[in-house]
Design a protein around this ligand. Structure first.
Ligand SMILES: Nc1ncnc2c1ncn2[C@@H]1O[C@H](COP(=O)(O)OP(=O)(O)OP(=O)(O)O)[C@@H](O)[C@H]1O
Length: 428
């Protein structure tokens, strides 16, 4: 890779949420760890895709990377110079941000010609008497009829509004364009047309792009490299073809499997992740993905299939958080069903898809005792027994990004010291 245009080191951006006036006054509240210790670089002329589920921190990261939001800690440099050392005007002529909702980012009171010519005037890029010509050229270049320049944003379709925002961004002749969910509000054919337009503009102007999307299929066609984000962290980053052909991180694999028309290289099954994304206020210890990971590493001492261990870990986590609605229906206090302890333990196994019996007899004996404790009403004791016997490195040790060539993956399955079922696919 050439020298990075944009580089982030150990970048964090947190929010503090406060419920009421008193908390605000006292400056106390919960810390939302929206971006947590991100290292990232983007080269000149490159398109980097940033993907992940809603709420994982993509927008916060993108905005912090280009100085629209102050980092909590860490640093960002643009052309080797800290962002803080750039004047606002100089930074804005180099870096432009295309917002998720073009209607919200375009002034409804301004005709398109004013919207696009405003940056030309602010940054004194084109003399006043040539601005109309320049606006017409920019509109044509993004596929809009210059004769519509006197209309207002509401008169245009979603795709046309995104083109207006693009023309405005291009007016300052930027080097880097950050596109935040540029096509998420558009229909499939317009999505493809905007993606093609972005690619053409890159060829013509040598632009670099950071393309933010919750949809891997959008970045698949435009990105040279893809960074996958989960709960504030980058968990997988590498060339797009490497990610698609040999998805390494189980989270990337789950995202890939969710694409409606997967890449022809994809041979696995659809992976449905268990549970919700945990809160960034209190992210899980160890690997943040371990609470949902289909191939969480079983403890060395037992011979357990990843799927069986996943099921037991899900049971244990549910017992730990004390969510017992499901438990009451399986272990009724009035003895309506599950007449025998055995019937009830089997019902719990069924509920969590735990094989009966487990392949490892010693693990089976421990699980049996824990299930009996649940039936006897000792939920805390059962969760302690399961926790003491079946601890996974994924819940205690935070994985570092490990390099495999130019592909880096933060997963203990790629850590030689802890690799359990290395490279086994979640869908296998
Ligand atoms: N102003 C704010 N105050 C408090 N929390 C916030 C604020 N903005 C975002 N968050 C929280 O920070 C986390 C990351 O949000 P962010 O918008 O960066 O994620 P995202 O991946 O871009 O999501 P989306 O695709 O839905 O926009 C979320 O939990 C979100 O609720």
């Amino acid at each position: 890779m050439t020298d990075p245009l944009l580089q982030a080191s150990d970048l964090s951006a947190h929010y503090t949420t406060t419920d009421g006036f008193l908390e605000r006054l006292l400056g106390i509240g919960d810390t939302v760890r929206a971006v947590d210790g991100v290292d990232l670089e983007l080269s000149a002329g490159e398109t980097l895709g940033l993907v992940g589920e809603s709420g994982c921190g993509k927008t916060t990261l993108a905005q912090t990377l280009v100085g629209l939001r102050e980092p909590t800690s860490g640093s960002v440099t643009y052309r080797d110079k800290p962002l803080a050392a750039w004047s606002r005007a100089a930074l804005r002529t180099n870096v432009q941000y295309l917002f998720q909702d073009p209607l919200a980012s375009l002034n409804p009171q301004q005709p398109v010609t004013d919207i696009v010519s405003e940056p030309l005037a602010i940054h004194d890029i084109v003399p006043a008497d040539r601005r109309d010509d320049r606006v017409a050229t920019l509109l044509e270049r993004v596929g809009l009829d210059p004769l519509t320049a006197n209309r207002y944003p509401h008169a245009f379709s979603g795709g046309q509004r995104q083109r207006i925002a693009l023309a405005r961004a291009l007016a300052v002749e930027p080097e880097l364009l950050v596109c935040d969910e540029p096509v998420s509000a558009l229909d499939a054919s317009e999505q493809a047309r905007i993606c093609n337009l972005l690619a053409d503009l890159q060829d013509e102007f040598g632009l670099s792009y950071l393309v933010v999307s919750h949809d891997l299929s959008v970045v698949e066609h435009v990105a040279d490299r893809i960074a996958v984000m989960y709960l504030g962290e980058i968990v997988d980053i590498g060339p797009s073809d490497a990610l698609f052909e040999d998805a390494a991180h189980p989270y990337t694999e789950a995202l890939l499997s969710a694409i409606p028309e997967p890449d022809p290289c994809w041979t696995g099954e659809r992976i449905v992740l268990e549970g919700d994304v945990p809160s960034p206020i209190d992210p899980p210890a160890g690997c943040r993905f371990h609470t949902r990971c289909p191939v969480v590493i079983p403890p060395d001492e037992f011979d357990l299939e990843p799927a069986a261990f996943r099921s037991m870990l899900t049971l244990r986590k549910r017992l730990e958080v004390g969510e017992d609605d499901w438990l009451e229906s399986l272990v009724p206090r009035d003895g309506r069903h599950g007449d025998t302890a055995t019937g009830t333990t089997e019902a719990i196994r069924d509920r969590f898809d735990i094989p009966s019996p487990l392949a490892d007899p010693e693990a089976e004996a421990i699980l049996e005792r824990a299930l009996e404790a649940i039936v006897a009403g000792n939920v805390g004791g059962a969760s302690e027994q399961l926790g003491a016997a079946f601890e996974t490195p994924c819940e205690t040790i935070e994985p570092e990004l490990q390099a495999e060539g130019d592909h880096r993956v933060a997963c203990h399955r790629f850590d030689d010291d802890r690799a359990g079922d290395r490279r086994s696919r979640p869908s296998e």
